[in-house]
Design a protein around this ligand. Sequence first.
Ligand SMILES: NC(=O)c1ccc[n+]([C@@H]2O[C@H](COP(=O)([O-])OP(=O)(O)OC[C@H]3O[C@@H](n4cnc5c(N)ncnc54)[C@H](O)[C@@H]3O)[C@@H](O)[C@H]2O)c1
Length: 479
Amino acid sequence: MAPQLTGVPGSGAAAGGAAAVKPQFHHYHHRLPPRHHHSSPASLLSKLAFWSVCSLSLLLAFLLLSPAAPAPRAAPESPRRSLHASPSSTTSWGGAAWEKKVRASARIRRSGGHSVLVTGAAGFVGCHAAAALRRRGDGVLGLDNFNDYYDTALKRGRAALLARSGVYVVHGDIADAELLAKLFDVVPFTHVLHLAAQAGVRHALVDPMSYVRANVAGLVALLEAARAANPQPAVVWASSSSVYGLNSHVPFSEHDRTDRPASLYAATKKAGEEIAHVYNHIYGLSLTALRFFTVYGPWGRPDMAYFFFTKDILAGRPITIYESAGGGSHQTTISRDFTYVDDIVKGCVAALDTAGRSTGSGGKKRGTAPFRTYNLGNTSPVPVTQLVDLLEKLLKVKAVRKVVKMPRNGDVPYTHANVSLAQRELGYRPSTDLQTGLKKFVRWYLEYYHPELAEKHKLRTSSNGKGSRGRNGSSSSAR
Ligand SMILES: NC(=O)c1ccc[n+]([C@@H]2O[C@H](COP(=O)([O-])OP(=O)(O)OC[C@H]3O[C@@H](n4cnc5c(N)ncnc54)[C@H](O)[C@@H]3O)[C@@H](O)[C@H]2O)c1
């Protein structure tokens, strides 16, 4: 970025130019006649000529010493570095080799296929979705800033997995307008699957601004790039079941209230839904929000209960289970509509396939474009105590349970999706129950973190002879 700054008027070089002519002003100032002095017409004429010459030479000197006007920005020939708010998001991009990689990754390999920019591709859902799209022949380019909200080795592992199937994950930030413009310039994406976000409810108590940066400012930057792109892509993005907040009407339907969020995370997702409406309304962007309900599965997120319960149970550490005031005077443990990642991915893919076109071009709307919102859940909430029972069975270890009253940290006591709209319009039918899905998660977890235990549990995949080899030689698909 530095070379561009040097060309901007008012920068160091220009200031240096002004400094160079300044002493001359002082010099002539000392030679000015006193104000009360009366002069003859001839002397006035000669003074006028003298000052004209001086002014012209000063102007000439200024022009010669000033830096040239900034040239229009050319495409970077060598990699660029951008630094964004997140400490771990120093990125490097650009150059002919980089563009070639981007194009190859986004190249469509089936007739009628899409070219999809998947943001958050090194994330949990993103890596599964990118792999699924790639498997069926869509062109897929990933974008992720690999931030350190949780173990970056896991993100790098997912990106390595995608690389093996031909998907390149660009290391960059969704708030980097210049990078986004470049990506849309290099590839005429038909779709964006926007999954990059600051996820997790509780972390907002520690770093609230990270939610605003990624989920509000980042979303706006992405939508700005999408509306300016030609052609405009259709955008499908992850909202969250958390937008239902204090809603008590169950199961949660898309028509229920979403104006009482219980966490900052939920508030930023709700803000995202409103912002998306603006871009649909003004610019004709086709927009689909998917409200995911507690997604779990292999390559999952370490900040989620099913993941850290597994870790703590294996380590013999106590796990904390929240209970909330239920109906009447009795206590109930919190329940979640746990949804297996493959079902979520099917919903994402169906949303991409059914997304109507954006109608804008050159930043102007040419007609109404689709604006849709769907719940993607499993439709069968399970109490967290039952989740722990299942984990104990699969891990063959008894959990040390500590049941405490739910603190006011943003969690809600209960989630339950009504998915009839997604079923009707997307053909969405979740098909993995919690026991089956958790078994797949535990198998992956043991193979990735404890290959020796996986052997003992006889959970190692053997059907295709391609079982995972642990952290560094992870399994061959994102399943
Ligand atoms: N997993 C769930 O249970 C769940 C539930 C509801 C909604 N969601 C939403 O689904 C999406 C995917 O969630 P996930 O579980 O895969 O989370 P994740 O944290 O694993 O994935 C998000 C990815 O986005 C990246 N990212 C964050 N900020 C970025 C930025 N500014 N620029 C570029 N990349 C950035 C992160 O590095 C991460 O790899 C998120 O939008 C999340 O809010 C997830």
